[in-house]
Design a protein around this ligand. Sequence first.
Ligand SMILES: NC(=O)c1ccc[n+]([C@@H]2O[C@H](COP(=O)([O-])OP(=O)(O)OC[C@H]3O[C@@H](n4cnc5c(N)ncnc54)[C@H](O)[C@@H]3O)[C@@H](O)[C@H]2O)c1
Length: 272
Amino acid sequence: MAYGLLKGKRGIISGALDANSIAWKAALKAHEEGARFVLTNAPIAMRMGAIKELAETCEAEIIPADATEVGDLEKLFTQSQEVLGGKIDFVLHSIGMSTNIRKGREYGDLNYEWFLKSIDVSALSLHKMLQTAEKLDAIAEYGSVVALSYIAAQRSFPDYTDMAQAKAMLESIARSYGYRYGKAKKVRVNTISQSPTKTTAGTGISGFDAFYEYADKMSPLGNASADACAEYIVTLFSDFTRSVTMQNLFHDGGFSGVGISQEIADLMIPKE
Ligand SMILES: NC(=O)c1ccc[n+]([C@@H]2O[C@H](COP(=O)([O-])OP(=O)(O)OC[C@H]3O[C@@H](n4cnc5c(N)ncnc54)[C@H](O)[C@@H]3O)[C@@H](O)[C@H]2O)c1
């Protein structure tokens, strides 16, 4: 059921790679709620072609941009305003990548060039987006910027390696820029810390199935799905959350508040 929550709003949605992507679901939901938006992804991801299907369904234009390249981001914000006919009301940063994870490097054996790349792609790109948007004055008053994070920013997860630092920086940038942009233009900036989700980025982490199942058993509501995440994102883009900024918001079925669940306790010491 649609509520028209984003009627009349203009946005930019990054990171829709395929139908499993959180950004893909967010785009479908934002379209359903009445928003008009531009889709963007790294030029290399575009060649895979799936994003065109999504663009057709959502009647959206695609503007390729490598989120680590300020020149690409300038084009993205300038052209998006032209295509949509005004300032941008919402931006979804749904971007993450670690070559160390992809190549299975352990935390004690990281390649530092790749580490810096993880930080650039997964965290600094949020700063680059915000700084570019601010310089171009591209985001409307009370506009909303949301980036996606993971609880490895606060807790240790062995196979998440350098992405844990990238997510900690991402959340920190959301706070620091949220302050600055809030003061300057009433633009809000938040991160959503999402449950493990079966996407290309998620399942690329070794041991993913174990921590997916573990988190599901720990969370009173079970893992939050990508569809539920899309709904939460839409509420943060809507006018109903106009005073929410600089927050890291857990969307995790309760996982972050639990010490040990009964299911995990029972697995440790099975009842006789
Ligand atoms: N899947 C999970 O378990 C999970 C949990 C919490 C948070 N997240 C976060 O959600 C976000 C979206 O990931 P997803 O799970 O939907 O996976 P996904 O693989 O579908 O999306 C990641 C996207 O990042 C894009 N990307 C990579 N490098 C880029 C660059 N240089 N410029 C522009 N785009 C680039 C990819 O093309 C891809 O579309 C990421 O930030 C991820 O860390 C995922």
